[in-house]
Design a protein around this ligand. Sequence first.
Ligand code: 0O2
Ligand code: 0O2
Length: 212
Amino acid sequence: MDWDLFLAPYKQAVDELKVKLKGIRKQYEKTSDHSPIEFVTGRVKPIPSILEKSVRKNIAIDRLQEMQDIAGLRVMCQFVEDINRVIALLRKRNDMEIVEERDYVSKQKPSGYRSYHVVLLYPVQTINGEEKILVEIQIRTLAMNFWATIEHSLNYKYKGAMPEEIADRLQRAAEAAYRLDEEMSQIRDEIQEAQREFMRKKEEKEQSESDT
Ligand code: 0O2
Ligand code: 0O2
């Protein structure tokens, strides 16, 4: 198996999509509208994780292109409402085709995990022509991301054998993260007004500095 060759289009897709998704944020920065995207990260799944998942999901090595998250991106949003705005933006695009959506936002996983997963077919242009590959985009709030990051590292630490007390605490933390998102949504208008005011003051300051 030539991993460099196999993973090259995935790496290219991650790089391209990172630029494209960050571009959405940049476009919003030029308007007075709130950006539904706070920040974007991306990664190509490490080879040991690909192999572990292929065993767990019973995917033969010559069918690895069926694995949905070899190329993975994460879009972080301030508010739960922003998740739908990001999904709407993705659905409108003609440079990607959505093939599957998994909504763990309205229906959380038993672990307490919440996030919206969109699986795409994304065309990568190579010297041998176009290659369509699967890409997974996870869209979540900052609070969902905070929880998932901690839970992921604890899972890694305990290698699946998480002490019950810690699992209970994580459940409670998931509920707290949910309530935090709810509270933030409720004061969303006030936050946005404060952000607009901040931008206005910043622009005024920059303007007066350039005038002098
Ligand atoms: P900027 O100017 O900081 O916005 P990369 O290869 O660096 O583009 P990668 O490897 O996919 O990105 O992921 P990485 O490095 O973990 O993080 C990607 C971007 O997300 C980086 O910005 C981080 O600064 C930003 N980031 C990570 N965590 C947070 C966070 O908690 N809050 C905020 N607001 N941003 C975060 P860039 O792309 O380097 O550019
Ligand atoms: P990574 O690179 O470590 O993030 P699965 O059987 O759950 O592995 P499935 O059903 O194909 O995979 O897809 P699913 O559940 O929609 O998405 C799997 C990915 O979602 C995981 O990737 C995680 O990134 C994230 N995820 C799903 N459930 C949880 C959870 O309970 N806690 C945390 N922290 N993340 C979760 P991988 O494969 O773990 O890879």
